[in-house]
Design a protein around this ligand. Structure first.
Ligand code: AKB
Length: 332
């Protein structure tokens, strides 16, 4: 039927995958064991590529089961949850801030319709649900230094609007129906293993690759643009610790988490301690600079520290030395 074919094509354009994590870090049990509170079975939605369906790199398959699904296909998601006895769902699929502004209709579909599917499924199957939010959930009228957990949130990007919507929907379903919804507002996340993916904080990943390849980075933000950032190791640990925290410890369902804040010039100065010839030129682009100027420069994460013991371990110095050595290792 023509209708079905065109639907399949439009879904395949979304190109999202789900991975069922059963490696030792996420989940150490044998696949035949029944899930327990200590050994949840976790389904993670990830955004692999925006323009097509692609196989994941081999290391992804080596780390645990990896299956294809689309966050817009409810029946398919339900099948995955039922067939794999999933108990926790970690929902990462989303279009980020800059790419969302370039394709608002797609961002609305993935970030809002996709999220509704996941919320419905979590409620129906009694899943513990994690949905990340972001510094992008704040806007020009929010307090910026620092931004507290509870304050005015009037973001001016579709990404931010969809994230505030996610925070509020999840909290509503928690209060009304008891959904175990958990949400952390992430800073810009910096990883040597993930390529920049259409965000406003992407420069803080790209600068390391450029420093080690050409020695020149052209930055699309002004030199003094300060944003909250976090090393991927801290981000993973925060997420696991938060997901494992007993419900009675959580006074909120959406928490800020912080590690450090820096500007492009500050990270460049730190990189130059190892690579003194790094040259950075500044050519601010109006979309990303406007977005960055509306975001917090610092996060207040005192509630996360008090309620479930959050503490970051990477500062700017540790982040830079880990990024440079990890990227060097991957090249050799
Ligand atoms: C982005 O820049 O859009 C993301 C984020 C801060 O949420 N990295």
């Amino acid at each position: 039927c023509h209708g079905c074919r065109s639907r399949a094509r439009s879904l395949s354009f979304q190109g999202f995958s789900w991975s069922l994590r059963q490696n030792s870090w996420w989940n150490s049990q044998d696949s035949n064991d029944l899930p327990t509170a200590e050994n949840p079975r976790i389904l993670i939605t990830e955004n692999v590529i925006l323009s097509d369906i692609k196989k994941a790199p081999p290391e992804v398959y080596r780390s645990g089961p990896f299956v294809y699904a689309d966050v817009l296909d409810y029946k398919n998601l339900r099948e995955l949850v039922v067939n794999n006895r999933i108990t926790w769902l970690v929902h990462y699929s989303a279009l980020l801030s800059a790419v969302g502004e370039a394709n608002v209709a797609l961002a609305r579909k993935i970030n809002i319709t996709g999220l509704h599917n996941v919320l419905d499924l979590a409620l129906e199957s009694c899943l513990r649900l994690f949905v990340p939010s972001t510094i992008g959930a704040f806007g020009p009228s929010s307090p910026r230094d620092p931004a507290p957990d509870l304050c005015v949130q009037r973001p001016r990007t579709i990404y931010g609007v969809s994230k505030v919507h996610g925070e509020l929907m999840g909290e509503y379903l928690h209060h009304r129906y008891g959904l175990d919804f958990r949400c952390l507002r992430y800073p810009g996340i910096i990883s040597a293993n993930t390529q920049p993916g259409g965000g406003t904080t992407d420069y803080a990943v790209q600068i390391f690759h450029d420093a080690l390849s050409t020695g020149h980075h052209e930055c699309y933000l002004r030199a003094d643009t300060r944003l909250p950032m976090m090393h991927i190791g801290d981000c993973h640990r925060a997420t696991v610790e938060f997901m494992q925290a007993p419900e009675c410890q959580l006074s909120l369902r959406t928490y800020n988490i912080a590690a450090m804040s820096f500007t492009p010039e500050e990270v460049a100065t730190e990189i130059r301690k190892q690579l003194p010839h790094l040259k950075v030129t500044y050519n601010p682009d109006s979309v990303r600079q406007t977005i960055a100027d509306s975001w917090p420069v610092r996060f207040d994460d005192s509630n996360a520290q008090r309620d479930w013991g959050w503490k970051s371990t990477y500062g700017l110095e540790e982040l830079v030395s880990d990024m440079l050595s990890s990227i060097r290792d991957k090249k050799t």
